[in-house]
Design a protein around this ligand. Structure first.
Ligand code: ATP
Length: 419
């Protein structure tokens, strides 16, 4: 579609407009009549919403609406085949569990959303969270998808208490999330550390739930990575145990559904849900691009509306670590130590050129005596240059100097700060 052309779509009951924004383009949507929602957030009438390059959007209506779409889109079509009724029924069942939890003063439902890649797991989590918030609930949204998660940057696991529906353009209001440094883009890169952090995240969510009756009865919605075979399946079972989930929503995978039914205790309800035909498959290259975009968004904002800072950090002013040491043959290990232990070991790093372009997490730990591996992080930096002669490196930072804390953790993940 040409940039300044505007198309009008009249949507009937239970249908959705799907479109993808062209690479480096933007598109604008306005609802001029009726009522509609995007992944559970209602659109305001006559308000123009702008979607950035690469966005894949579905605007759904329960009762019918008219939408105007303008800008650079790759595809734009209306579909009447959507799984929304099944999804809203799932929400209704969860809501009943929440009401019961309110009455009995117990814990609300904990839901793990699993399935292969590109089946709409993150979207379903967003929808269920939004629907809960619209009924006055404050659920915890946890994301343990370290590659394509929505809380923190790639290479992290995190959670936040959601009190407002997601913004149509920018997603959930992400001001004070709890985030842990993992450092890699796949759970498989350090399985031991990944499981340890999932357990830690679950522990802290439990503490948060104990502090608030409302959060406790609203429950927890957990998004996972699309890794479901072999160790990935083990990771799903571990997460189900760590979060003590009551419900597992399996998207579009009968095999996984049956496997989980056989392996998990009966009190865990396992439901098989269809995927939406609108969910777009993403290649490895698009996934890498989307990781890059989410790091860029952290520093520059979704619409380039943030202004990060650049400053020098002296090698001597910080302590840099990575988590996980190379594994040694069992025969070389000290008595009683297992190879697994090395995966979660904190390894001090001497600053070197190899830090260039790496993302660093700023740990909330104040001293090295803290359990740094299991301490949350405050924010992220990117190393944009290293001067070995002057013993300084330059960082891109969301806030001005000085750094909030001086213990830094290096990620495998890199980001090139080129506009
Ligand atoms: P991952 O493999 O990264 O875990 P996922 O299963 O979580 O992926 P989503 O991220 O929810 O999948 O969806 C993939 C893409 O499809 C997203 O960009 C999302 O906005 C888009 N999408 C989801 N539902 C629809 C729909 N009904 N119509 C059009 N696009 C959609």
């Amino acid at each position: 579609m040409a940039e300044d052309e505007s198309q009008e779509f009249r949507l009937k009951v239970n249908s959705e407009l799907r479109f993808e924004v062209e690479h480096k383009g933007t598109a604008e949507v306005e609802m001029v009549e009726g009522s509609a929602e995007m992944f559970g957030t209602e659109l305001a009438k006559n308000k123009k919403y702008t979607f950035v390059s690469g966005s894949k959007v579905a605007i759904y209506t329960w009762h019918g609406c008219t939408l105007k779409l303008k800008g650079k889109t790759e595809v734009a079509y209306v579909s009447t085949e959507t799984p929304m009724t099944v999804y809203v029924n799932t929400h209704a069942a969860l809501e009943q569990m929440r009401s019961r939890a309110d009455e009995d003063n117990t814990r609300g439902p904990r839901i793990l959303v699993v399935g292969p890649t590109d089946v709409g797991k993150s979207t379903l989590c967003r929808l269920l969270t939004n629907y809960a918030v619209r009924l006055g609930r404050s659920p915890v949204l946890a994301d343990i998808d370290v590659g394509q998660g929505n809380i923190g940057v790639p290479g992290t696991l995190g959670a936040l208490v959601v009190e407002r529906t997601a913004d149509i353009e920018e997603g959930f209001f992400n001001t004070a999330p709890l985030v842990f440094h993992y450092g890699h883009k796949s759970p498989n890169d350090n399985f031991q550390l990944y499981n340890m952090l999932v357990l830690r995240l679950a522990e802290i969510i439990n503490v948060r739930c104990e502090q608030s009756k409302k959060v406790n009865s609203s429950g927890v919605i957990i998004n996972t990575a699309g890794w479901i075979r072999g160790a990935g399946y083990e990771a799903i079972k571990q997460a189900a145990g760590a979060f003590e989930v009551d419900v597992i929503c399996v998207l579009d995978q009968e095999r996984l559904y049956n496997q989980l039914k056989g392996d998990l205790p009966d009190f865990v309800k396992i439901v098989l849900l269809p995927k939406s035909g609108g969910v777009v498959e993403r290649s490895q290259a698009i996934r890498a691009d989307s990781r890059d975009s989410s790091i860029r968004e952290y520093f520059y904002g979704l619409k380039n509306n943030l202004f990060p800072h650049t400053f020098d950090v002296k090698f001597n002013d910080v302590k840099i670590f990575k988590i996980g040491a190379p594994s040694l043959p069992e025969s070389c290990l000290p008595l009683g130590m297992k190879n697994n232990d090395s995966q979660t070991k904190l390894v001090p790093l001497v600053p070197a050129m190899s830090l260039l372009h790496h993302v660093l997490s700023v740990s909330a730990a104040t001293t090295v005596d803290h359990d740094i591996v299991e301490t949350n992080v405050l924010g992220f930096l990117v190393v944009t240059s290293v001067d070995m002669d002057k013993s300084v490196f330059t960082v891109l930072s969301p806030s001005p100097r000085p750094l909030p804390q001086t213990i830094l953790l290096v990620m495998d993940i890199q980001f090139m700060d080129i506009k």
